[in-house]
Write a protein of this length. Structure first.
Length: 115
């Protein structure tokens, strides 16, 4: 399965929208592959739109953490638009303490620009 993914820039933040409803083991490689060209270009701020995602398994959670770790030093990553199910998962796993989470792209861009 291929991950449906689109990127654009907003206030010097790379905004990445996931169109799939699931982030699981079948799409983890695609997720990393989509980010690599931007990382090589030196992107420092990434906002990931999970508004369509209703399910993330443990492999998907690990992939999100791995994405954060492969960003260059001094980079930041935010998650925005999380559905209720995904938000609950992030709170249960305490990933909301590791990753910046906001409701909208504008909030994500604003918070990332402060860092």
């Amino acid at each position: 399965m291929n991950l449906e993914f689109k990127t654009r820039e907003n206030q010097q933040v790379l905004v990445c929208k996931v169109f799939d409803t699931r982030i699981d083991g079948s799409v983890v490689g695609d997720l990393k592959g989509q980010f690599e060209p931007h990382i090589q270009k030196g992107v420092l701020r990434v906002a990931l739109d999970l508004s369509n995602v209703t399910f993330i398994d443990s492999t998907g959670l690990g992939a999100l953490i791995a994405l954060r770790k492969i960003l260059p030093e001094g980079s930041e990553m935010a998650i925005f638009g999380a559905t209720k199910q995904v938000d609950k998962l992030f709170r249960l796993t305490r990933l909301n303490k590791v990753l910046l989470m906001t409701s909208t792209v504008d909030e994500a861009a604003e918070e990332l620009s402060k860092r």
